[in-house]
Design a protein around this ligand. Structure first.
Ligand code: AVJ
Length: 297
């Protein structure tokens, strides 16, 4: 009998410690994504803002500590409001209060939701010229192809006549990708293994961290970096009443990070009714920030 493949959804990385480890990853030399996106945003924000236009309602998917939105808020002339969406109530509350005092004229309308399921977009007091979804950081890369298309379709429904500003990581030399997900200090390894710590704490299991290895590699056929936790021996782990057997070398698949060519992303977006209007990249074409327009149906 074939054993089912072991998998854990990557959204579970982000408890308190996991979020902190991810912030550390963003500062690593090997992790080119964050600083490259920031470079692109800082360099072209004026141009981006003129495409977004005046009086738009900014809707940020997975706003976290709302660090990235400030650049847009500083540059936009008259945003109709800001809607941060996040699964963490604590994040939303903290970020909402800080933003409200930094931007006195700005209406902040936080939504606590898992943005992959349905939720309502609140209506601000000011008139909204168009809705703009903001989805930075290449978080989009975590979606498998079908959910990716569905997510874009949902954006197309929510932002009719408006658009999407999104950070998309690009296909590149596999060695660079390998380094980005296998940093020498082992922060990514800790981030990956934090899942086991979390399961131990929250589900009372007995995973031994030393008996699992961090394994991340670029899968060129699927166009994605895969992260796994590989069992370093034949072993049995108990989660509550349930015993789970691991063979030596068997893995728990913890994350996929899809990488796109500009053409691949544009045609995926087109199947969801979105048109790429502008692409900004760094000189090495490592990363892209893209503005996509949503038709007015
Ligand atoms: C937050 C999903 C963009 O896939 O690069 C970083 C998460 N995983 N190192 C990514 C992550 C391993 C990150 N995203």
């Amino acid at each position: 009998m074939q054993k089912p493949r072991k998998e854990l959804p990557s959204k579970y990385f982000y408890n308190e410690r996991g979020s902190r480890l991810f912030e550390q990853i963003c500062l690593l030399d090997e992790y080119y994504l964050t600083r490259t996106e920031l470079y692109i945003m800082q360099k072209w924000v004026q141009e981006m803002v003129s495409l977004l236009g005046p009086n738009c309602l900014l809707i940020e998917y997975g706003s976290g500590n709302s660090a990235k939105i400030r650049l847009l808020l500083d540059t936009l002339q008259t945003p109709a409001g800001y809607v941060p969406i996040d699964i963490s109530k604590e994040h939303l509350a903290r970020a909402g209060t800080a933003l409200a005092s930094e931007y006195p004229g700005l209406e902040v309308l936080p939504v606590c939701a898992d943005y992959t399921s349905a939720f309502e977009i609140p209506t601000p007091g000011k008139t909204v010229a168009r809705r703009i979804a903001y989805y930075p950081g290449s978080t989009f890369g975590n979606f498998n192809p079908e959910p990716a298309r569905n997510f874009l379709k949902q954006i197309a429904m929510v932002c009719q006549g408006g658009g999407l500003l999104i950070g998309v990581d690009l296909k590149k030399d596999a060695t660079l990708l390998h380094r980005a997900y296998n940093d020498w200090q082992g922060v990514t390894e800790q981030f990956n293994k934090n899942l086991l710590i979390r399961i131990n704490q929250e589900l009372g299991s007995n995973f031994q961290l030393g008996q699992f290895g961090h394994y991340a590699f670029y899968n060129p056929t699927e166009g994605r970096v895969e992260m796994h936790l590989v069992s370093l021996k034949n072993q049995t782990v108990r989660i509550g009443e349930v015993e789970i057997a691991f063979a030596l070398g068997e893995s728990i698949w913890t994350e996929s990070s899809y990488k796109y060519t500009l053409e691949e992303f544009a045609s995926l977006a087109a199947t969801a009714g979105l048109t790429v209007e502008h692409v900004w990249t760094d000189p090495q074409q490592f990363f892209s920030v893209q503005y996509l327009a949503v038709r007015n149906e």
